[in-house]
Ligand binder design. Structure first.
Ligand code: LLP
Length: 422
């Protein structure tokens, strides 16, 4: 559930009309609803009421510091995958004891940064990373709390590019290697084994792959314990799917997800760590864009808007479906007809929606691309020298610009005027 609704004929984010916001910040822009973010964290945490729980928001989904601050104030921690994300989480006031560090390619510098901060856990994804972490920890006179990310060979996820738990994927240590690696880690003086970690994919629309993977993890925990390992944490990653408005309302609720997991995990008596990203931020944000032109092509109609694949790459990269709503409610009475919604970028793939039934928007009309709060702004680029677009955060009837639109000069500021060599 989210807080984007029509009021007095205009789509609002909580108490703020999007037409007013568009006038103030210009289009295109991202708009997030603070009440929705808070609600999603609470709903997730309620699903694990009474458990020893760490909800480590997956910062890759939305790394804006103001967003992280909101989530931190709800008690969330952070799942980070780079030095930059770790620094953002700390800057947002997230305690190091609530930060887990994931990723297949953490450099020694990044490992040292995490150790220096005293983070909760490193999710180790290879034997060579284990060795590097041990070295770095010893050189710093400390020990690194770790979980191995195990690869359960379970297929899951809304698209092949966001499935991570199959044997052929680069993620995690092979299942068959787990026992050997836990035994090795136990003997390393810079390593303190704490738990087991798994993450099988993203936008997962059914509980079954989760159940399969988590039952395997529970068996592994029992086997490791009988080998004498002290396993006090299980990190079950993220991945719960959200409705994008494409007949996907049958998705499991966080409560169903929680119930299924607790049946498997409660008997283990461990700290439960999760890394939800999309489930928290996805439906808490939208992308507002303006119609530049309408165009009748040879075979179909185009709606050319001022947002493009550089602002929201999900449709181009994953064939993702995002619901599209008019900002002015009056359009919802019009007869819809199929249109391709495209941006100004010079690529055929710059298409936000294909053959989508939409009303006959006039030029200048504002259009909201829904469910854009996760993997939207964070995946933006300046392709075609289009400046990154602003992000705004609505709280009740107030809004703040939480990332401003750079000027042309700011956009090119890092480029040096290289002297000619001829
Ligand atoms: N933990 C790890 C280790 C991950 O790799 C991810 C996502 C998450 C947690 C959070 O997953 P979530 O709860 O958000 O599904 N850009 C793609 C999604 C990539 C997901 C990458 N990993 C998209 O726009 O669909």
């Amino acid at each position: 559930m989210h807080h984007f609704h029509y009021k007095d004929g205009i789509l609002h984010a909580e108490g703020v009309g999007l037409a007013h916001l568009a006038q103030t910040v210009g289009t295109p822009f991202y708009c997030y609803s603070e009440a929705t973010l808070r609600r999603h964290v609470r709903v997730f945490q309620e699903a694990f009421e009474g458990a020893d729980l760490l909800t480590a928001f997956s910062v890759k989904a939305n790394s804006n510091i103001s967003i992280l601050k909101v989530l931190a104030s709800e008690g969330a921690g952070a799942d980070v995958v780079s030095a930059g994300e770790l620094k953002r989480a700390r800057l947002a006031g997230i305690d190091a004891s609530k930060i887990v560090f994931s990723g297949v390619g953490k450099t020694r510098d990044e490992l040292a940064l995490g150790l220096g901060e005293g983070i909760h856990q490193f999710n180790v994804e290879s034997e060579n990373e284990l060795i590097a972490l041990n070295d770095v920890a010893i050189s710093m006179g400390t020990t690194a709390p770790i979980a191995f990310r195990v690869n359960p060979n379970v297929a899951a996820g809304g698209h092949e590019k966001i499935s991570t738990g199959k044997a052929e994927d680069k993620f995690g240590v092979p299942w068959s290697e787990a026992h050997r690696l836990y035994a090795k880690a136990r003997d390393l003086p810079g390593i303190d084994v704490k738990g087991v970690d798994v993450h099988i994919g993203s936008q997962i629309a059914s509980l079954e792959p989760f159940r399969l993977a988590f039952e395997k993890v529970a068996d592994l925990v029992r086997n490791l314990r009988s080998d004498g390992h002290e396993i006090s944490r299980v990190d079950l990653g993220g991945g719960l799917g959200i409705p994008y408005g494409e007949g996907d309302e049958h998705l499991p609720s966080p409560a169903d997800y929680g119930k299924m997991i607790r049946e498997i995990a409660d008997p283990l008596d461990v700290q439960l760590i999760f890394e939800p990203g999309r489930m928290i931020a996805g439906n808490a944000g939208i992308l507002v864009t303006k119609v530049i032109y309408r165009k009748q092509g040879q075979e179909g109609e185009f709606l050319i808007v001022d947002a493009a694949m550089n602002d929201l790459i999900r449709p181009a990269l994953y064939d993702a479906f995002h619901d599209i709503q008019p900002v002015e409610e009056r359009y919802t009475d019009d007869v819809a007809r199929p249109m391709d919604v495209v941006g100004p970028i010079c690529e055929t793939g710059d298409r936000l929606a294909k053959a989508r039934p939409l009303p006959p928007f006039e030029e200048g009309a504002l259009v909201a691309i829904m469910s854009a709060g996760a993997y939207g702004a964070v995946q933006a680029s300046q392709y075609n020298s289009r400046p990154l677009i602003p992000e705004t955060l609505v709280t009740g009837s107030d809004f703040r610009i939480i990332r401003k639109r750079p000027t042309f000069e700011e956009m090119i500021a890092l480029e040096a005027d290289a002297p000619s060599t001829t």
